[in-house]
Design a protein around this ligand. Structure first.
Ligand code: UDP
Length: 647
C-alpha cells in the first residue's frame, strides 16, 4: 500500500517518544526498559495479535502475511489499537520470540506465543459490569471492576438496579443507603487501583431518569472541582426515549419516579429534572445524557442482551459483561493521498484495504485477549464486539482546507464515516465467510436485513446517495448470511494514542493550536517545550515570524490575531472557536453511520448561560445522537489543557 510507504519511516515526535517511554515501552520486573524504539513496540503487537491466526490456519505464510500487514499499519501509525493492546500485548512473554526476524519465525513460535498468554495480556479498553441489588453482588462488581482497571480497562455500570435510598432491607430491618453511596465505594476502589495500575482508572455511572434517587445522582458531582468528588466517574442520566421525554417537557408533564423493588414513589415535573441536569452541567459538565433506547434500537442483539451502560467516555454501549477492543485510523495521514468519502475515487480500494486489515486485527484481538472474567470471555466471543474508528479528523480538515463548522464539511464527515462503516461491515462479512459468523448471529437482527445505524438522507449529497445504496445492498444481501462481529465501528477519544500518532484526537476539533508543555530533561530541570500545530506552521510558511509565533502560543487560537488572513482563520478553528450547535451537528452526522457510538464533547464558551446549555440539551433530544456531553470552558479548576495566556 503506497500511503503506508510514505509514513512508515517517519519517526514519532519528541512528545510521542516521551509518552512511549513513560507508559508503553515494556519493562522487566526491576523497572529496566526492555524496549527503546517504536519499531520494537509495533513488532511486538503485530506478532502477538497475528499469533491468534493459528486458530484458523496452519499455513505459516498466511500468518506472516497478517503479521506484516499489522506491523506496517502500526509502524506507520496509520492505525493504532487502544492503549491496553499497546502496553499489554506480548507482556511477560519470552522476549526472544519477539526479537526474531519474521523470516525466521516458525509456526511453533506463533503457537508458543498464543499458548503462553497470561492474565497480563488483557487487551481491551471497554467493559460493562452488571450488579444486582444485593451486598454480595455489589461487592462482586467492585472486585470485577478492580481486576479490569488494574490492566488499564475502563468500566461502565448501570446503578438503576439498586433500590432507592431509604427503602427497606429485609435482611437487616434497616434502610438502604441508595446507589450514590455505593458509587463512592467504586470510586475509592478506583483511586486505590490507580496507584498500582497501568493508567488512570475511569468509570461511567448510569442511572435511569425515573429512578427515585435521580436528583441525588444529578447532584452527586455538583461540588466537583475536577479532582475531588467522584472523580473517577463520569455520570450520565439514561433517558430511554428522548423524543418522548421532549414531548413531556413541551407539555410540562409530570414524571413518576419509582423503582420495582421499593415502595418509594414521587411525582415531579419533567421540566424540573431537565432544569437540574442543565444547571449542573453548566457548573461542572456532569451529568451527561445517555439514550439507551436508541442504542438498543441499533444493536443487533438487543432482544436478547440489551445494552445497559457504556464505557467511561460514552463511545461503547455494551450489555452486561460485554467488552470491546478499539482501534483508530489516522485520517490526517491519508487525506493528501486518498480521496476519502468519494465512492468513485480510484484510491477507495486503498482505504478499503487499510480498513480490512484493521478489522482483521481487531477480530484477532478477540482471540489473543485474556479476559478478566469467564463471563466476559463468553459474551465477547459469542458476539465479537470490535470498534474501528478514526482519529485526526481536525488535522485532516485543516489539510483539506475545510472549516469544521460548515455544511459542506458535514457532508464530508458523513461520507467519510459512511465509507468507514461500509468497508468495515464488508470486511466483517468477508471474515465471517472464512472464520464463521459470530455464534449469536442467527438470533440477531442481521438475518432480517437489519441496518445497524440510522443513515442520513440521500438528498443531501450525490456521493452519500451512493454510499447509502451500497450500505442498503450489503445489509439486505450478504450481511443476512455472514457477519463476524455484532458491531464494528466506535470512535474513541484517542486521548493517548493520538499523541503517539502525532495527530488530532478522535473526531474533535483541536482544543488549542499551540501550547506549552513542560518536560523534565536529563539534569532533572523542567524545560518548556512550545508546540504549534504543524499544518498551521506549514500554511503560514515564511510569514511565520518569531512575534507571530509568540502571539499564537500566547492565545492558543488565531481568531483574534490581526496579521493572519481571514481564509486561514476560517479553516484553522479550535474547539472554542466553533459554535456549540456546530459541535452538535458534527456529532449528529457522524453518529448517523456508527453502529456503536462516538466520544464527543460539545464545547461551550465560558460566557454561556444556563439557557444556552438548555438549548443544546433540548436540541440533542431531536437528533441522531446516542448521548450528550457538554463542557463549558473554565468550569473545572483542573481543566486538562489551557492556552499559555490562561495559565
Ligand atoms: N480509558 C481508561 N482510562 C483512561 C483513558 C481511557 O480506562 O485513562 C478507557 C475508557 O474506556 C475509554 C477508552 O479507554 O473510553 C478509550 O479511551 P482513549 O481512546 O482516550 O484511550 P487511548 O487508547 O488513547 O489510551
Amino acid at each position: 500500500m503506497q500511503v503506508i510507504n510514505k509514513w512508515i519511516e517517519k519517526e514519532p515526535s519528541q512528545n510521542a517518544v516521551t509518552i512511549l517511554r513513560d507508559r508503553y515501552f515494556l519493562k522487566d520486573g526491576e523497572g529496566n526498559y526492555l524496549e527503546s524504539t517504536w519499531d520494537e513496540v509495533a513488532k511486538r503487537i503485530a506478532r502477538h495479535v497475528a499469533a491468534a491466526e493459528v486458530n484458523y490456519t496452519n499455513d505459516i505464510e498466511e500468518i506472516k502475511n497478517a503479521e506484516e500487514h499489522f506491523y506496517q499499519l502500526i509502524k506507520s501509525r496509520i492505525f493504532l489499537p487502544n492503549s491496553p493492546t499497546l502496553f499489554n500485548a506480548g507482556k511477560t512473554m519470552d522476549r526472544q520470540l519477539f526479537k526474531k526476524d519474521i523470516e525466521e519465525t516458525t509456526l511453533e513460535d506463533y503457537k508458543t506465543i498464543f499458548d503462553s498468554r497470561t492474565k497480563h495480556n488483557m487487551l481491551s479498553a471497554c467493559f460493562v459490569i452488571p450488579m444486582d441489588d444485593s451486598m454480595n453482588a455489589i461487592f462482586d462488581a467492585v472486585k470485577n471492576a478492580a481486576l479490569i482497571m488494574k490492566y488499564g480497562g475502563g468500566v461502565g455500570y448501570d446503578f438503576s438496579v439498586l433500590r432507592p435510598k431509604g427503602s427497606s432491607i429485609a435482611g437487616t430491618g434497616g434502610k438502604s443507603s441508595g446507589p450514590i453511596s455505593f458509587m463512592h465505594v467504586f470510586n475509592t476502589a478506583a483511586s486505590t487501583i490507580e496507584q498500582g495500575g497501568a493508567r488512570r482508572a475511569a468509570q461511567m455511572a448510569v442511572l435511569r431518569y425515573d429512578h427515585p434517587d435521580v436528583f441525588d445522582f444529578i447532584n452527586s458531582k455538583k461540588d466537583n472541582k475536577g479532582s475531588n468528588v467522584l472523580n473517577y466517574f463520569n455520570i450520565s442520566v439514561n433517558i430511554d426515549n428522548p423524543k418522548k421525554f421532549k414531548k413531556m417537557l413541551e407539555e410540562d408533564g409530570d414524571l413518576t419516579l419509582e423503582h420495582p423493588t421499593s415502595s418509594i414513589k414521587k411525582t415531579i415535573k419533567a421540566n424540573d429534572l431537565m432544569n437540574k441536569m442543565v444547571e449542573n452541567a453548566w457548573k461542572t459538565g456532569d451529568p451527561g445524557m445517555l439514550f439507551l433506547g436508541r442504542h438498543n434500537q441499533y444493536y443487533a442483539m438487543s432482544e436478547h442482551t440489551p445494552v445497559t451502560a457504556t464505557n467511561p467516555c460514552g463511545e461503547e454501549p455494551l450489555p452486561p459483561f460485554g467488552s470491546c477492543n478499539l482501534g483508530s485510523i489516522d485520517v490526517a495521514k491519508l487525506v493528501e493521498d486518498i480521496d476519502l468519502g468519494n465512492p468513485n475515487s480510484e484510491d477507495a480500494s486503498e482505504f478499503q484495504e487499510i480498513v480490512y486489515w484493521a478489522i482483521r486485527f481487531l477480530d484477532d484481538v478477540i482471540e489473543s485477549n485474556i479476559y478478566p472474567l469467564k463471563e466476559i470471555e463468553e459474551i465477547s466471543k459469542k458476539q465479537r464486539f470490535i470498534g474501528l474508528g478514526i482519529m485526526g479528523l481536525a488535522d485532516a480538515l485543516y489539510k483539506k482546507e475545510l472549516p469544521y463548522n460548515s455544511e459542506q464539511t458535514r457532508k464530508f464527515m458523513a461520507k467519510l464515516i459512511a465509507e468507514l462503516a461500509y468497508f468495515s461491515h464488508v470486511a466483517s462479512t468477508e471474515l465471517a465467510k472464512e472464520r464463521g459468523n459470530f455464534p449469536d448471529f442467527q438470533r440477531s437482527k442481521y438475518p432480517n436485513g437489519f441496518i445497524p445505524f440510522p443513515m442520513l438522507d440521500d438528498e443531501i449529497d450525490e456521493d452519500l446517495k451512493v454510499w447509502n445504496q451500497k450500505i442498503r445492498q450489503h445489509f439486505q444481501g450478504e450481511a443476512t448470511k455472514y457477519k463476524r462481529n455484532v458491531q464494528t465501528n466506535t470512535i474513541a477519544p484517542t486521548g493517548s494514542i493520538s499523541n503517539l500518532a502525532d495527530t488530532s484526537s478522535g473526531i474533535e476539533p483541536n482544543f488549542l493550536l499551540s501550547y506549552v508543555r513542560y518536560m523534565t530533561n536529563k539534569e532533572g530541570d523542567r524545560v518548556p517545550l512550545s508546540y504549534i500545530n504543524p499544518i498551521l506552521m506549514e500554511k503560514i510558511g515564511t510569514n511565520m515570524t518569531e512575534e507571530l509565533k509568540a502571539e499564537i502560543i500566547e492565545k492558543g487560537s488565531i481568531q483574534n490575531i490581526e496579521n493572519i488572513p481571514d481564509e486561514i482563520k476560517k479553516i484553522f478553528v479550535t474547539s472554542m472557536d466553533i459554535p456549540p450547535k456546530d459541535h452538535l451537528l458534527a456529532q449528529h452526522v457522524i453518529q448517523s453511520y456508527l453502529d456503536a457510538s462516538c466520544s464527543k464533547t460539545i464545547n461551550m464558551p465560558k460566557s454561556s448561560t444556563i439557557e444556552d446549555v438548555k438549548a443544546i440539551y433540548l436540541q440533542a433530544l431531536e437528533l441522531n445522537l446516542k448521548g450528550l456531553t457538554i463542557y463549558r470552558d473554565g468550569s473545572l479548576e483542573t481543566q486538562v489543557l489551557t492556552s499559555a495566556s490562561k495559565e
